[in-house]
Ligand binder design. Structure first.
Ligand code: PEP
Ligand code: MN
Length: 263
């Protein structure tokens, strides 16, 4: 359980020789969704060359409309496997449905649980039984207590490799999509030993706010960032306006790492 740890003792998760949490700042980067071989490999090459820690990309996408692109599924997983083989970067990808756990386990070094599935308890328990590292995104209207209890569903099954992710919550504010809860970072670190990762992309929904939110997260003590990157965001199938350009990623990472080093 997350409260067996002595205060001050942070959990560090080992993923393919990389360490998440503790003294390590991690940068997880990649497109919202896997669209094509060229898109995935171009992005993976760019973020790997710049020094990202892991590669993200969705093959199964939780879209608000059932008529929107739902992801490439298995074909997308194969492209992620190719990106990993080529760059050596561990893969973070979302599992939406416990029935897809087998193909996901073939590729995912970290299983992402999306905000909309944070309280899908059978899914969390299933991931717990796999033992695979998991990144749990905070639900759209979930309290920190509810996020921590979601983590407990994984921990209870004997899987200690849980990362918490703040990605913005619903508030009365309508000027932007979600409100990034910066206070969640120090509060989660007080309440839990688990690594805290911040997603600066989905709250604003626009790329010009991704850098300031990333700097704020790093300065507030986040253990890492998960950010959306695309080689040609104007052509992206989903979340185009918020994805940063692959060409800008190296400069972005340098600035964020500087803020993390000061924190
Ligand atoms: C995503 O990471 O692409 C995503 C859909 O995030 P969330 O579940 O936080 O909306
Ligand atoms: Mn997205």
């Amino acid at each position: 359980s997350s409260n067996q740890f002595k205060s001050g003792e942070r959990s560090v998760i080992e993923i393919d020789g990389r360490r998440i949490g503790g003294e390590h700042f991690s940068m997880i980067a990649g497109p919202c969704t896997v669209e094509s071989r060229d898109q995935v490999l171009t992005t993976a090459d760019a973020v790997a060359a710049a020094g990202a820690s892991m590669f993200r990309g969705g093959a199964y996408k939780p879209r608000s409309s059932p008529y929107s692109f739902q992801g490439l599924g298995q074909e997308g997983l194969h492209l992620l496997a190719e990106a990993k083989e080529r760059t050596g970067l561990p893969i973070v990808t979302e599992l939406m449905d416990a029935r897809d756990v087998e193909p996901i386990l073939e590729v995912a070094d970290v299983i992402q649980v999306g905000a909309r599935n944070m309280q899908n308890y059978p899914l969390l328990a299933e991931i717990g039984r796999t033992g695979r590292p998991v990144l749990i995104k905070r639900g759209l209207s979930s309290t920190l207590e509810e996020l921590l209890m979601a983590a407990e569903y994984v921990l209870k099954e004997g899987n200690p490799n849980v990362m918490l992710c703040e990605r913005g919550i619903r508030t009365f504010e309508t000027a932007y999509r979600f409100t990034l809860d910066i206070m969640a970072i120090p509060m989660l670190k007080e309440l839990s030993h688990l690594p805290v990762i911040v997603d600066p992309s989905h709250a604003p929904g626009r790329r010009d706010m991704v850098l300031p939110l990333s700097l704020a997260a790093a300065a507030a003590g986040a253990d890492g960032i998960i950010v959306e990157v695309h080689p040609d965001p104007e052509q992206a199938i989903c979340d185009g306006p918020q994805q940063i350009y692959a060409d800008d990623f190296a400069a972005y990472l340098e600035q964020v790492e500087r803020a993390a080093a000061v924190a």
